[in-house]
Design a protein around this ligand. Structure first.
Ligand code: NCD
Length: 385
């Protein structure tokens, strides 16, 4: 087992240093992407990049602050409650009726695609989609950059999933140099980032721990393919925004979490344990985040030596884990979670999936700057809780 440095929650990491040497607070002084060349932009740290996306694009987990996470979770709950009544649902549907969104999914997706689409429908946005690049002019040799620029002529937001890590950032940078810079939401890029999944995971943890002190101080175990699981990479960082966390990375050596993430945790002062021993961690974990083996990324058969049974949870483990522990999974699952535990109240992955719709609705509304209208409406409203 290896141990991280640990240490105290340090709010100073919300500041970043620009090339000029100037330190800026991410919240107070967002920068515009058109101010920087692509080559200089690529050299920035993730926290520095976050300054340039803030309030416009959602591209990386590192662009969020704790206050923003709390506000988005609260907004998601308000939207969910307002939507329960017909007059409330009609109010929500009117909010973004003047907007259109493009769902550009160049990689397979069920939940992320559907929940973004449903979130748009809740807020009244019309959507269009390209789910297979073979049906767009990319087959005629058009570059992905030109393809995206074409979409931007017809819509007010692009929600995109792409196999190339960093491509969404490139698109956002490119758009900032055009007259029609519209928000880009990264719905999964390569094996690298999945910020909106991390948001829904945070929302699920926050709701699960509402009555037991919130997320602060909890022990969260990540299990399975942590090397290629982009959801884990984004969520692990987001959890550094909470106090006194302990993260456990449980995986075979060939699929263990990247050193880049461990370095970020060290920098943030978040405690972590790197181990192969799932059984030892089960009784102490407050949340267990299972993942599937992502063999589609195999280059040298990295998955083939893995004994899947070592990274599995089933009925035989339910007496070992605590009564308050929650089991999450970004889904799709294979054999890592037995269906026999699906109805255990601690298995929250189906609820987690539905939470994705509410938090994405909150994010889209916030991106268009219309969140205050929901907050005002909610205060005068008799919601169904
Ligand atoms: C994940 C993804 O696509 O990264 N699923 C999701 O978005 N809910 C996880 C996976 O594919 O294993």
């Amino acid at each position: 087992m290896g141990y991280g440095k640990g240490g105290l929650y340090d709010p100073s990491r919300y500041y970043c240093t620009l090339h000029s040497g100037k330190r800026v607070k991410i919240m107070a002084e967002p920068k515009h992407l058109s101010e920087i060349s692509w080559n200089d932009f690529k050299k920035l740290s993730l926290a520095e990049k976050g300054c340039f996306f803030h309030g416009k694009h959602t591209l990386i987990a590192q662009q969020f602050t704790r206050d923003e996470l709390d506000a988005l979770c609260a907004l998601a709950t308000r939207i969910k409650r307002i939507n329960k009544r017909r007059d409330g649902a009609n109010f929500l549907k009117g909010l973004l009726r003047d907007k259109r969104a493009m769902l550009y999914f160049a990689q397979p997706s069920s939940r992320t695609y559907l929940s973004h689409n449903a979130a748009c429908q809740i807020l009244g946005l019309d959507t269009m989609d390209v789910r297979d690049t073979k049906t767009s002019s990319e087959v005629k040799g058009e570059t992905p950059e030109d393809t995206i620029r074409t979409f931007s002529s017809y819509v007010d937001m692009i929600i995109m999933r792409h196999p190339v890590g960093g491509f969404a950032e490139r698109v956002a940078w490119m758009m900032s140099h055009t007259k029609r810079e519209i928000p880009i939401l990264n719905a999964g890029s390569g094996a690298d980032q999945h910020p909106t999944q991390a948001l829904l995971d945070i929302y699920t943890l926050q709701r699960s721990f509402e009555k037991i002190g919130g997320i602060d101080g909890k022990h969260v175990a990540f299990v399975g393919d942590l090397a290629r699981g982009r959801t884990v990479r984004s969520l692990a960082w987001m959890l550094t925004l909470f106090k006194d966390m302990t993260l456990y990375f449980i995986a075979p050596e060939s699929l263990q979490i990247g050193q880049d993430i461990l370095d970020l945790l060290d920098e943030a002062g978040t405690k972590y344990v790197v181990s192969e021993d799932f059984a030892a961690v089960m009784p102490v974990a407050d949340a267990i985040y299972m993942t599937r083996i992502q063999d589609e990324w195999d280059v040298e058969g990295e998955s083939s030596t893995t004994n899947a049974a070592d990274y599995h949870i089933g009925a035989e483990h339910m007496d070992i884990i605590k009564d308050t522990t929650v089991i999450l999974h970004p889904l799709p699952r294979r054999q890592e979670i037995s269906t026999e535990i699906d109805n255990d109240p601690r298995a929250v992955y189906w609820r987690q999936m539905r939470n994705g719709m509410w938090i994405r609705a909150a994010l889209i509304l916030k991106t268009f700057g219309r969140d205050d209208e929901v907050n005002t409406y909610y205060d005068d409203y008799k919601p169904v809780s």
